[in-house]
Design a protein around this ligand. Structure first.
Ligand SMILES: NC(=O)c1ccc[n+]([C@@H]2O[C@H](COP(=O)([O-])OP(=O)(O)OC[C@H]3O[C@@H](n4cnc5c(N)ncnc54)[C@H](OP(=O)(O)O)[C@@H]3O)[C@@H](O)[C@H]2O)c1
Length: 302
């Protein structure tokens, strides 16, 4: 492990994983640019980070002017050196039946989780490439390798992050820039609350998916029970930032990795059946919907 003090920028540091990682890395002695959209939350973070070298910057990853402003500010504050490590963490999850999620919500999800991540990467990468050293750490998800029903749109953005990172890792190797993915399982942050808020607009009583959407609160309770704190993710980010030879992927917590490994080892038909059962996508649960549809078709003479 390198003991060198690094200059690190983290996106989405106003809450959850990003906030915890910013404080963790700052307490290890690194110079951390903790960034986010909410100035009041950044101010609070700065107060909590007293006696460290944590600095804050307003950065909305979907706003090109904000990205350019953050880049100029980092350049000015580092005398043109730029970053040693970029942690692309900002993201959120839209939850709902894949058929029902609006184009607008889907585009917004991609704007933050995929295009925002690439915009920030493009802004800070050239200095690393020219210097022949640097690290990019992209916070993906176990959902970037395994899709859950109702998480199709969110998971697809993380699949995109995985693929872009895999390409960048090989492309940037000759330039001395290393790329790692962090794949969190269920972590206790504001993420689930936000997903539930996003999901609420798709929980209509007349939705054909109502029988499973009614169970959203049960799923949330289950997820809350299995969630762990963000410390394991901060440790994974620390390893990706400082290990002499960082891994391509860090899964945390480990037990989430085992669960994913188990599901991926099953024949797809079995894994589908297991997920359908767990989440309630069974013909029995949808019996009333299916019956009323076939009755309506009969009445129409089809
Ligand atoms: N928690 C989990 O179970 C889990 C599991 C797998 C992967 N992840 C991933 O981990 C990352 C962090 O999530 P979290 O769990 O820490 O959730 P969180 O507590 O909701 O934090 C998300 C952070 O992203 C920021 N953000 C969202 N849109 C942004 C934008 N356009 N520009 C800048 N910042 C923006 C949020 O800022 P605002 O407050 O301004 O919205 C917030 O600081 C995400 O990429 C998420 O997909 C989380």
């Amino acid at each position: 492990m390198s003991k060198k003090s690094l200059t690190i920028l983290i996106t989405g540091a106003t809450s959850g994983i990003g906030r915890h990682a910013a404080l963790h890395l700052a307490h290890l002695g690194h110079r951390v640019f903790a960034t986010g959209r909410n100035p009041a939350a950044l101010e609070l973070l700065k107060t909590d980070a007293r006696d460290t070298r944590l600095e804050t910057l307003v950065l909305d990853v979907t706003d090109p002017a904000s990205v350019a402003g953050a880049k100029a500010s980092v350049d000015a504050r580092t005398g043109g050196h730029g970053l040693d490590v970029l942690v692309n963490n900002a993201g959120y999850g839209v939850l709902g039946p894949t058929e029902m999620i609006s184009d607008e919500d889907m585009r917004a999800q991609y704007e933050t989780n995929v295009f925002g991540l690439m915009a920030v990467t493009r802004a800070f990468l050239p200095q690393m490439r020219e210097r022949g050293a640097g690290r990019i750490i992209n916070v993906s998800s176990l959902g970037g390798r395994f899709t859950l029903p109702l998480f199709g749109v969110y998971n697809s953005t993380k699949y995109a992050v995985e693929s872009l990172s895999d390409a960048l890792r090989v492309e940037l190797r000759p330039f001395g820039v290393q790329v790692s993915l962090i794949e969190p399982g269920v972590i206790d942050t504001g993420f689930t609350d936000r997903s539930m808020i996003e999901a609420s607009k798709y929980r209509r009583a007349d939705s054909p998916y109502a029988p499973v959407l009614d169970r959203a609160e049960d799923m949330r309770k289950f997820s809350d029970k299995t969630a762990v704190g963000p410390r394991c993710i901060s440790r994974a980010i620390e390893k990706a930032a400082t290990a002499r030879r960082p891994n391509a992927r860090y899964v945390a917590p480990l037990r989430a990795g085992f669960a994913m490994g188990f599901l991926r080892a099953l024949p797809e038909r079995w894994a589908d059946a297991l997920l359908a059962l767990a989440l309630g996508f069974t013909r029995r649960r949808f019996a009333r919907q299916l019956a009323s549809t076939s009755k309506a078709l009969q009445l129409q003479g089809r």
